[in-house]
Design a binder for this molecule. Structure first.
Ligand SMILES: NC(=O)c1ccc[n+]([C@@H]2O[C@H](COP(=O)([O-])OP(=O)(O)OC[C@H]3O[C@@H](n4cnc5c(N)ncnc54)[C@H](O)[C@@H]3O)[C@@H](O)[C@H]2O)c1
Length: 248
């Protein structure tokens, strides 16, 4: 009997996180979904369970330290260990530069940056050598926004990239590898409303070589690769998954 791997996916109620949980279930992982949206996380758990394996939904705001500490303790108790973490929980923000309120800016940082940090810190407590982490940044963090995400969002994703490299350095002695995926536009609830405007959609799509929007499953497969032993030489790297927008 093959040994099942064990993962936590934050933001698994929707979009890229949900697709990642399902992809990991296909690849033989047991997964704990951590999300502020419990009903959504439970729905993803039901879909993952139909694929196979044992899965659990845990409600937590990734920006709330005590809630996230408790969520990882519950995940560890359920899984009996932890081999992989994908930090997909995040929020978008598109207020124009001159109008963005400090409280809005802080909430974006709390969720996207502090939430990513807390998830990595708590996961690392339970990880053995050979474990792997994948964070979710954005092309906005590499190009300074300019599409949907503006000041708060773009700078939060730049912070995720630096945080990923710092975690890769800090956790290397524990044998934990940490990489980031930087998606371009991906058709999830995060951008679905904006994508109803054909002018916005075609403008963004025209900036990429493939002239299209990614499906969340395509980003999920990139994350699953970074969490797999196939990516064993990679740590501190950013894998740009954007249909050829940046060409880094
Ligand atoms: N969709 C895109 O075009 C795109 C592009 C680049 C990067 N990203 C990034 O991918 C990640 C996933 O986004 P998505 O497109 O799947 O969006 P989504 O809105 O479909 O999913 C985000 C998930 O995160 C959860 N979440 C939000 N705040 C939370 C919190 N405080 N605590 C716990 N869970 C919380 C939501 O409930 C939701 O389930 C985000 O970090 C986003 O910035 C998305």
């Amino acid at each position: 009997m093959s040994v099942r791997r064990r993962a936590v996916v934050t933001g698994a109620a929707s979009g890229i996180g949900a697709a990642t949980m399902l992809e990991l279930a296909v690849r033989g992982y047991d997964v704990v979904a951590v999300d502020i949206d419990l009903a959504g996380a439970e729905a993803t758990v039901r879909r993952a369970s139909a694929i196979g394996g044992r899965h659990l939904a845990v409600q937590a705001d990734v920006a709330e330290e005590s809630a996230l500490v408790a969520a990882f303790a519950a995940a560890h108790a359920f899984l009996g260990g932890l081999d992989a973490l994908a930090t997909c929980a995040g929020i978008a923000e598109s207020t124009p530069f001159m109008d963005v309120a400090v409280n809005t800016f802080r909430r974006v940082y709390d969720v996207n940056v502090i939430g990513t940090f807390l998830a990595m810190r708590e996961a690392a407590r339970f990880m053995q050598p050979g474990s792997r982490i994948c964070t979710v940044a954005s092309v906005a963090g590499l190009r300074g926004g300019g599409l949907m995400g503006t000041a708060a969002y773009a700078s939060s994703k730049g912070a995720v990239l630096a945080l990923t490299k710092n975690a890769a350095r800090s956790l290397a002695d524990q044998g934990i590898s940490v990489n980031a995926v930087a998606p371009g536009a991906t058709l999830t609830p995060m951008i679905a409303e904006a994508w109803k405007n054909e002018a916005i959609r075609s403008l963004v799509e025209s900036l990429s070589a493939q002239h299209r929007t990614a499906a969340p499953e395509e980003i999920a497969r990139t994350i699953a690769f970074l969490l797999s032993p196939d990516a064993s030489i990679m740590t501190g790297a950013t894998l740009v998954a954007d249909g050829g927008m940046l060409m880094y």
